[in-house]
Design a protein around this ligand. Structure first.
Ligand code: NAD
Length: 289
């Protein structure tokens, strides 16, 4: 049993982004700039946003905080996004999710300039991603691919099960794995005989959003398990994933832990995406001169 920790991958990506950011600053005499919008006072979101600012600082990015009160109206948020879309000093705009329930996420995202969308959330960027033609890739699934690459886990010709079909994790995950030549089965809450399918797979990516739901009956001694789930525990047990880690770890070939697995990768790939957007925009502006 191997523990697929993300720390070495995070450090490698940070070093790569830092080098690119230094080169960018030398060439364009400014830092890549990520604007982070946070609406409301969800404590977990505040922690995520703080972590993102710290990560930006470590790779030499400028990051600005756009805190808006919980009572912010949808149109006010859209106006703020439009202002940042127009701001030539901003390369990427991150809208921290979830938004308060009175704000419609889809309507808001429709106003985000896809050239400044580091999470690959806009329809335009998702369309480009699924066509194999995007500057940015969905952060969490791309982070999973970087872990597999780091640990030399090839998926070519392998049978892979992805549990969960959301637009931010499951679907793009299936697409990336298929592009990497895996044979992918995309499962969800209505899938029958799930344990039978996962037991036949070489690799299982679990993104169901169900804390400590998947036990050893879902896996075998040759399974590689990627646990995307992340749940804060109100019961004092700390963070946990979708997989019963303690029970599954001794029984499988390899598994990502929670914490310390997929979670930290999402910030690393966000930095990569922000860097890519800054480079693409600066290049475009230079070509116009
Ligand atoms: P979601 O709720 O949008 O989707 C969950 C999916 O799982 C659905 O497609 C549903 O059909 C499926 N599902 C639910 N119960 C199931 C079951 N018992 N068997 C099979 N399929 C089942 O969730 P999401 O946004 O895709 O997130 C999934 C998990 O990943 C959550 O725990 C979330 O917190 C975590 N997540 C982590 C990161 C990260 O940075 N590591 C980023 C995004 C999401």
């Amino acid at each position: 049993m191997q523990k697929l920790e993300s720390k070495p991958v995070v450090e490698k990506i940070r070093e790569q982004v830092l080098q690119k950011s230094d080169a960018f600053q030398k060439k364009y005499h400014r830092k890549p700039h990520l604007a982070v919008i946070l609406v409301g006072d969800d404590p977990a979101s505040h922690v995520y946003v703080r972590n993102k600012h710290v990560a930006c600082e470590k790779v030499g990015f400028q990051s600005t905080n756009h805190q808006m009160p919980a009572i912010t109206q949808e149109q006010e948020l859209i106006s703020h996004i439009q202002k940042l879309n127009q701001d030539s000093a901003v390369d990427a705009i991150l809208i921290q999710l979830p938004l308060p329930s009175h704000i419609n996420k889809e309507r808001v995202l429709a106003h985000l300039d896809p050239h400044k969308d580091p999470d690959c959330l806009t329809e335009a960027n998702l369309g480009k991603f699924f066509s194999g033609n995007s500057v940015v890739k969905p952060c969490t699934p791309w982070g999973v691919m970087r872990i597999l690459e780091h640990y030399n886990i090839s998926v070519t010709g392998k049978d892979v099960v992805v549990i969960g079909r959301s637009l931010i994790v499951g679907k793009p995950m299936a697409c990336l794995l298929s592009d990497a030549n895996a044979t992918v089965t995309l499962c969800h809450s209505k899938t029958k005989n799930l344990a039978e399918k996962t037991n036949q797979a070489d690799l299982v990516v679990v993104a169901a959003g169900k804390p400590r739901f998947f036990g050893k009956e879902y896996f075998n001694a040759k399974s590689v398990v990627i646990d995307v789930g992340i749940h804060g525990s109100g019961s004092g047990q700390g963070l946990c994933g979708d997989v019963k880690y303690d029970e599954v770890y001794p029984q499988v070939l390899a598994i990502t832990p929670v914490p310390g697995g997929v979670g930290p990768m999402t910030i690393s790939t966000l930095l990569e995406n922000t860097m890519a957007l800054a480079e693409a925009r600066a290049q475009k502006l230079e070509n116009k001169k």
